[in-house]
Design a protein around this ligand. Structure first.
Ligand code: HEM
Length: 360
């Protein structure tokens, strides 16, 4: 448990307000009556949540199904922060760029492979590492001084998880390499019990006002207290490599000596660990009213989705459109039309392509 960087396969997400996370997840899961997967639920939610368009365009495109786990990039997606001893504060985005090259799988290929071996991706990675073909990624950052963000010169909300930062304005800066160089000795101990949380932050690493990130800070340790147990952070696979002093005591399967004879409360007069303010995050200037804002008031859900569509060549656009048509064809007309309007606003060719595919 150093800095838990858990890369995601996309640099943005389908929603940006955590209060909609349960609804979003429900819409992707099984129908409450039939218990079957349901594309009407999925497209109904997306067509009423236009902020999802950017990631829908990525996921239904070629990059939606990586050929192997080593052939995809990993993104931190959120805006995070870093600061140094001088108190200089930066907003940052993390990007892991595969050194194996981006390779994707077509929907047909994926269907065939999943039918034969649902463990294909996991097995492929395990066997590659066992052969010594250790996959590597170059770790890059986009860095923006917090003071620059205060200038408010951006046409996007820097903390909007459905958007990316321009790489022309904030280019990727290489900072290191991540190599997967060992398989677990015991899968349950090292994988099932692993508990990553965006809230595990070494000194100098911070979060941001991104509301989705704020919600994740609570949600992960909360889930892990159930899934692994209240003392999951003390397990070998999760425990920090440097000493961390807390007053967390007792609870299920407390196997690490439970702090021995050390004081169990703070402040105390008996030499217990003290707060160290030198680790504090620099203050953040904020302005405006604290209120419940409707995250859909911001209406430009289309520019970045359209840019992504226009980055694709004709064949890739055709594959994207045919994947979407295959997924949305049995959905009620009112939802199809609503979604096609979003595609049109991103790029007319996008909307016309889907409409033609549905013979509308
Ligand atoms: C409000 C938004 C979100 C909530 C409440 C949430 C909640 C959770 C929870 C409770 C878990 C299970 C954790 C565990 O048992 O160890 C999980 C897993 C995961 N989430 Fe989220 N999540 C949110 C958004 C996101 C976003 C935006 C991303 C990507 C950028 C993401 C990526 C993941 C990944 C990769 C896992 C699997 C983790 C693992 O296998 O260790 N989640 N999420």
């Amino acid at each position: 448990m150093g800095y838990d960087y858990r890369p995601f396969s996309t640099d943005f997400y389908r929603i940006k307000d955590p209060s909609k996370f349960p609804d979003f997840i429900h819409s992707q899961k099984r129908h409450p009556v039939s218990g079957l997967r349901d594309s009407t639920m999925q497209w109904d939610f997306w067509s009423l949540s236009p902020e999802s368009l950017h990631q829908v365009t990525w996921l239904f495109g070629d990059r939606g199904i990586p050929a192997t786990l080593a052939n995809m990039d990993g993104f931190g997606s959120h805006t995070f922060s870093l600061w140094n001893k001088a108190g200089q504060h930066y907003w940052v985005k993390w990007h892991l760029k595969t050194q194996q090259g981006i390779k994707n799988m077509s929907v047909e290929e994926a269907g065939r492979i999943a039918a034969q071996n649902p463990d294909y991706h996991r097995q492929e990675l395990y066997e590659a590492i066992a052969r010594g073909d250790n996959p590597k990624w170059t770790l890059n950052m986009q860095i923006m001084p917090v003071t620059e963000a205060e200038a408010d010169i951006f046409d996007i909300n820097l903390f909007d998880l459905t958007k990316v930062w321009s790489q022309a304005d904030y280019p990727l800066i290489e900072v290191g390499v991540m190599e997967l160089n060992r398989n677990p000795v015991n899968h349950f101990a090292e994988v099932e019990q692993a508990a990553f949380s965006p809230g595990n932050l070494p000194p100098g690493f911070g979060t941001s006002p991104d509301k989705m990130l704020q919600a994740r800070l609570q949600a992960y340790p909360d889930a892990q207290r159930y899934r692994v147990g209240v003392n999951h952070a003390a397990l070998e696979v999760n425990k920090p490599r440097c000493p961390v002093n807390t007053y967390h005591r007792d609870g299920q399967t407390r196997f690490d000596g439970n702090g021995g004879a050390a004081p169990v409360y703070q402040p105390n007069s008996f030499g217990g660990a003290e707060d160290d303010a030198s680790y504090s995050e620099p203050p953040l200037r904020i302005n405006g009213d604290a209120d419940r804002y409707d995250h859909r008031l911001e209406t430009d859900h289309y520019t970045q989705a359209g840019n992504l569509f226009r980055l694709m060549d004709d064949a890739a656009q055709a594959r994207l459109i045919s994947n979407i048509v295959a997924s949305i064809q049995d959905v009620p007309l009112v939802i199809q039309e609503r979604q096609i309007l979003h595609f049109m606003k991103a790029d007319p060719a996008y909307g016309i392509g889907v409409a033609k595919g549905l013979c509308l």
